[in-house]
Design a protein around this ligand. Structure first.
Ligand SMILES: [Zn+2]
Length: 476
């Protein structure tokens, strides 16, 4: 990659509003010439994080974390230096200039530019095939049957990849692109007897764009029963599956205005919600949110509302998301969709944007969602059921974003497990850790093989609903 020119870096530094950037992570208050707030790098209750708005540097008197505008963005967004400069340039409208460090660097830059151009042309090509001519009739009928109007489809640049083996290939070659470039863009597949053929055939295509709206790849859905139902671009120099979020570009403005983002699973969920007037929506194209996706979402808002099917598979995926989100300082909520309905079905069934927002207003935090699930999954009338539930909850509670949130859940758990709050508090602390650490679930067997004095949850829930009178001996 070519180096960013020195003067461009200076321009970005001059254009960026550092107080605004830091203010996205922590509340700042003017204090003399500087601003003070609670440190976004460590947990604290009294502000020790100082920001100098002129020099654009920061320092935390609590944890010693310090640096400048660029290191701040690098640390908080998980970017390298060049990416941090590009991120800020994009945010503050600075056009970057690059130094050509080598002929190879320049060739690589040109190659990527050609790929972008090719992907843009492919997007336009698919759009035309959808709206013009007979070929797209079945695709238009499908969208229509799903209740998705032409306006919203055009806004998201939905298209149709025609049937036939080399339609797109021929059009691109006619415009001067090579078979290799088509392969590099992920638009074609190598044929068995040489040559290439179109990857997407007789499918509705959804452009997967970056946050500036530039197409990086496509997701494609069949119209019939062919397998697979969904086919995506392969990994390319531009498209990375783990980062892809459908609708990111369109969701940006509304997300920062409403300070929240709804994350749904499918393309049509995004379209249906946007059409209804809920515009801060992106599709993750799967329930397992990746770290890269969460980082991109974190730039839009700290408040993420997950609208996934609450099936078992989704829950596992969400636990990982919870851990990641906590590290990124994100707050995750779960919007429970009515049984058997996805967000598209729901808004189109007459609920509309208002109905959807109403559901979101009753969302629960991801932590509460997990707690409820663990409590519901076990038979709490039996001691081993309670022990099992508790073993599951210990890990979940460790992921609470704040002590207040944790305490709230502790109370719920204490109530459901017929224990006092103090008992629960004690059991999630070190004493109980000793008896569950070697197994995923605490059992009397584990208890018995532990050194004398170790307290076991199973035994505890069986015997007592009172806290220990004094601190029990430490569990070896
Ligand atoms: Zn700090």
């Amino acid at each position: 990659m070519p180096r960013i020119a020195r003067q461009s870096i200076d321009q970005v530094r001059a254009a960026a509003d550092f107080v605004e950037i830091v203010g996205h992570y922590t509340q700042l208050k003017k204090s003399g010439a500087n601003f003070m707030g609670c440190c976004p790098f460590h947990e604290e209750k009294t502000p020790s994080f100082s920001v100098n708005p002129v020099e654009k540097v920061y320092y935390c008197f609590g944890c010693g974390e310090g640096g400048n505008l660029f290191t701040f963005v690098q640390r908080k967004e998980g970017l390298d230096f060049a990416q941090a400069v590009e991120y800020l340039a994009d945010k503050y409208g600075v056009t970057l200039e690059y130094e050509e460090t080598s002929a190879r660097g320049e060739a690589e830059r040109r190659r990527r530019e050609r790929l972008r151009d090719l992907l843009e042309r492919a997007t336009v090509y698919y759009e035309r095939r959808l709206w013009e001519g007979k070929g797209g009739a079945a695709a238009r009928a499908y969208l229509d049957a799903r209740g998705l109007g032409a306006d919203v489809c055009r806004r998201f640049r939905v298209g149709y990849a025609p049937a036939g083996w080399q339609k797109l290939r021929d059009a691109a070659v006619g415009q001067g692109f090579s078979a290799q470039e088509l392969l590099d863009a992920g638009l074609v597949v190598p044929g068995r007897r040489g040559g290439v053929y179109d990857r997407f055939r007789d499918r509705i295509v959804f452009p997967l764009a970056d946050d500036r709206g530039r197409t990086l790849g496509f997701g494609a859905r069949t119209l019939g029963d062919e397998k697979p139902k969904y086919l995506n671009s392969p990994e390319t120099a531009l498209y990375h599956k783990s980062e892809a979020l459908f609708g990111l570009h369109e969701a940006k403005t509304a997300a920062s205005r409403d300070d929240r983002v709804y994350v749904v699973e499918g393309y049509t969920d995004v379209l249906a919600l946007a059409q209804a007037g809920v515009e801060n929506v992106v599709a993750s194209m799967g329930t397992a949110l990746t770290e890269q996706q969460l980082k991109r979402l974190a730039r839009l808002s700290r408040e993420l509302f997950l609208c996934f099917d609450a099936d078992a598979a989704g829950v596992g995926a969400m636990s990982r998301a919870l851990t990641l989100a906590r590290r990124l300082g994100l707050s995750l909520h779960v919007v429970r969709m009515p049984e058997g309905l996805d967000p598209a079905d729901y808004v189109l069934s007459g609920a509309g944007a208002e109905g959807f927002r109403e559901l979101a207003a009753h969302s629960e935090t991801l932590l509460r969602f997990h707690v409820r699930l663990a409590l519901e999954a076990n038979d709490l009338t039996r001691p081993d059921g309670r022990a099992q539930a508790f073993a599951q909850l210990k890990g979940v509670l460790a992921e609470a974003a704040t002590p207040i949130e944790r305490d709230e859940e502790l109370r719920t758990i204490a109530d459901k497990l017929h224990l006092s709050e103090e008992s629960v508090r004690y059991l999630v602390s070190a004493g109980a850790a000793a008896c569950t650490s070697s197994r995923s679930a605490c059992s009397p067997a584990v208890w018995r093989c532990r050194p004398k004095g170790a307290r076991c949850l199973a035994a505890w829930t069986r015997r007592s609903s009172r806290p220990p009178r004094r601190r029990p001996p430490s569990a070896g």
